[in-house]
Design a protein around this ligand. Sequence first.
Ligand SMILES: C[S@@+](CC[C@H](N)C(=O)[O-])C[C@H]1O[C@@H](n2cnc3c(N)ncnc32)[C@H](O)[C@@H]1O
Length: 287
Amino acid sequence: MDSELAGARLEDQPAATGVGAGELEDVAEERPGSLGVLGVDERVQGGDHAPRLGADAPVVTAPRPSPGFDALARLPGSHVGGQCLAVLMAARDPIEVWDDEAATFDEAADHGLRDPAVRAAWRELLLGLLPAPPGHVADLGCGTGTLSLLLAEQGYAVDGVDFSRAMVQRARAKAAADTAGARVGFVVADAAYPPLIRGSYDVVLSRHVLWAMDDPAWVLGRWIDLLAPDGVLVLVEGSWSTGAGLTAQQTVDMVERAGRRAELRMLPEAAYWGREVSDERYAVVSR
Ligand SMILES: C[S@@+](CC[C@H](N)C(=O)[O-])C[C@H]1O[C@@H](n2cnc3c(N)ncnc32)[C@H](O)[C@@H]1O
């Protein structure tokens, strides 16, 4: 296997909280090279949509800040003293933490969207925020692919990226069982270095992921790079009762510091979460 990914050798990669060299090798070995160095056969079984991977878009290109526990402790709103995912991720390999979450992830009403009323609420919300279908959507930190599939069902072509193989396996299984599965593809990769074609997405969507990044502002820049000239960025985030997360103001500030307009939509309605919530939940949209 050629370990050179667009100029960056595996052994040069930082042992960050992102995808480690071993994981990269696994991912690279799944890629037969049909799309260049990062050529990937990441097709959903039964479908014919492959993620639009950039031949020049490496999984990991350069060391990124990886301050780990200290950074999470410094993130305003981050609650490192309590039992929350931020603590687990700081203490353990975050990929393992999310792998462990995969089996039960969809049980939460807002994750699996199994309740038709909750599903309808997210569908209406997203259709109101996104440009009308069809269009290409990058779903970064897609988890079990719930939103990817919801959007594929509405006619969008969706590329999901997640570094948890267990999450992606579930996403693929769901896609294979969904008539819209042919419009969605998933790749196992670090969303901090999305291996997608830059400047080509009508929508970059990410729900509940930016907060977990070591350096959210830096990662946000990479995500904005994926947008086509009129592309829309949709960030769904929260500052949760656990203490983890990003406040709406932090996310708005981050988007504006990246040189973009930010519209804030608060999401306090129980319809989105399947229960009453009192903490801060919101979407930031940048057109
Ligand atoms: C709270 S879940 C949200 C999943 C999905 N966006 C949703 O709303 O249902 C966070 C997801 O982000 C993924 N994730 C966290 N950090 C990541 C990274 N650096 N690269 C890729 N995926 C990441 C995790 O594996 C997990 O699936």
